[in-house]
Write a protein that binds this ligand. Structure first.
Ligand code: PFF
Length: 505
């Protein structure tokens, strides 16, 4: 028997937490680089298409599943179809991997916030980041710890696990009430400063100018879907977990639209800020923007410090930038860690304290053993690819296929419509169907390209194998858990208080 679970304190509390999950490293660290690499303005078209036809509909699907069943993802999927429980455990494996490296990037950002005060990265930010800071040697050297990063990462995990111990209202909700306004202020100042820099227009032109010739490439479409899934935190059960703490009478549709637009607005704002600053650099160094942009960590931890060295007031902007990266990251990390926590509690009847001790602490230990080492950044890249490039998109696809295959979409729409302002119906079914078709095609084409790459000795290296290994291991984990738990019924929950009648019914 498990006891009654908590609910969010207010509607605003849930919206802030869902937006806090969505707005994260993906907006500041991932989006500008991806957009640039995938054709600037031309990327925005598939991006918007994916937002409207896949992002918002899936957000609604996950909210509905969570609110309806009031349990974590594996138990939700099991209630839909017993063998489907594995999808939930597979998503847990993805969340586990994501949390371990996500925490590490937050630790980098916190370290850089400190360095920014005195521009402690010196005159050669590349050498500093790769050599002095990460100590990356090029080979895979496990157990060669970078103790300063290790110490900061311990701090990140202590903070996040303490928030977990606080539960939903006094932990997650409170943390987001602090993080989101703080982030808006910090980032607002950066953007205002950035767009007033000399050369900002150059940067914005580079960001928005479309390279239409690339619009047909499957890679770009997968990139756009992957960005939307990662950015909106869908495909991994995170939104199922969060909405399982909603009251049964909570509104869903306008909430989903609010969260999705808040997230994309912030993402565009981050793109504008980052590219204005790159434009400044390009004018100062009389270099085209092309050579300045890298993807992923390159922009944030190498290009940015280089620019901040040149910028009047660079130390101040640097502190704001890295602090906002860390704050945005923390509110998202909370939502990633809650997936396995909620899943285990609801499936095995564990208390929060027990889950933090037996699951949260081991997660932290895995993160601490792998990432603050000389391999840290290579491992971040390898695991990020398996998780963000494929994991979430495949996870989302599995949820849609399951909902169609079990014929549950109609009843889910009815469940959402019970309290929603915007009614779900044919457009919603069509969007989900279209998403399934597009994802199947782009995934097929991309995996084919990857397999071809594997036979090319120039491309295939240890990291590619790690990436495939991690991807495969997550799926195997899902399958094993399905078999082990197949005969074990879900724990019974104490009877809930009857809910007051709804006006909308
Ligand atoms: N949405 C977060 C970001 O943009 O950084 C990352 C994330 C959080 C992805 C939660 C997936 C997830 F379930």
């Amino acid at each position: 028997m498990i006891t009654q679970r908590e609910t969010w304190g207010t509607r605003a509390g849930f919206i802030l937490a869902a937006a806090g999950s969505a707005i994260g490293l993906g907006n500041i660290w991932r989006f500008p680089g991806e957009a640039y690499e995938f054709g600037g303005g031309a990327f925005l078209l598939p991006y918007l298409f994916a937002l409207l036809t896949a992002g918002i509909p899936l957000l609604l699907l996950e909210y509905t599943l969570g609110r309806k069943h009031q349990v974590g993802p594996p138990s939700v999927y099991r209630q839909i179809s017993k063998p489907a429980e594995g999808i939930g455990w597979w998503q847990n494996a993805i969340a586990f991997c994501l949390s371990t490296f996500y925490a590490a990037v937050i630790a980098w950002a916190l370290s850089y916030t400190y360095f920014a005060f005195s521009r402690g990265w010196g005159d050669q930010p590349v050498d500093f980041f790769v050599g002095d800071f990460l100590g990356a040697g090029g080979n895979l050297d496990f157990f060669e710890f970078r103790w300063p990063i290790f110490a900061v990462l311990v701090g990140v995990w202590v903070l996040v696990l303490t928030i977990m111990l606080g539960g939903i209202r006094r932990g997650v909700e409170l943390a987001n009430r602090i993080c989101i306004p703080l982030l808006m202020v910090l980032f607002g100042i950066i953007v205002v400063r950035a767009v007033t820099l000399e050369g900002a227009t150059e940067g914005l032109n580079a960001f928005f100018t479309p390279e239409w010739s690339r619009i047909g490439e499957a890679e770009i479409w997968l990139g756009a879907y992957a960005q939307i899934f990662f950015s909106l935190s869908i495909g991994m059960g995170t939104m199922i977990a969060y909405s399982s703490y909603l009251k049964k009478k909570s509104e869903l549709s306008t909430t989903a639209v609010t969260v999705a637009f808040a997230n994309s607005s912030f993402e565009l704002l981050a793109g504008i800020g980052v590219f204005s600053i790159l434009g400044f650099m390009s004018v100062q160094a009389a270099q085209p923007i092309d050579g300045l942009v890298g993807t992923g960590g390159g922009v944030a931890f190498i290009t940015f410090p280089t620019i901040l060295n040149e910028m009047p007031g660079g130390a101040f902007i640097g502190v704001l930038f890295f602090a906002s990266l860390a704050v945005a990251g923390i509110s998202s990390l909370i939502s990633i860690v809650i997936v396995p926590m909620t899943s285990v509690e609801d499936r095995f009847g564990w208390s929060r304290k027990k889950t933090v001790a037996y699951l949260g602490v081991p997660m932290a230990i895995v993160s601490l053993l792998i990432y603050p080492t000389a391999n840290g950044s290579s491992m971040v890249d390898a695991v990020d690819f398996a998780v963000s490039g494929y994991g979430l998109v495949l996870g989302g696809l599995a949820t849609i296929i399951l909902a169609f295959a079990t014929g549950k979409l109609k009843s889910l729409a009815a469940e959402a419509n019970r309290t929603s302002v915007l009614k779900l119906g044919n457009v919603w079914y069509a969007c989900l169907g279209l998403t399934a078709v597009i994802l199947t095609i782009v995934l097929f084409l991309n995996v084919k390209g990857q397999i071809e790459d594997l036979s090319d000795p120039e491309v295939a290296n240890e990291l590619v194998y790690i990436n495939w290994g991690v991807g495969g291991a997550m799926i195997v984990f899902g399958l094993v858990m399905t078999v082990i738990l197949y005969k074990r019924p879900l724990p019974v929950r104490e009877e809930a208080e009857p809910e007051p009648a709804l006006d909308t019914e």
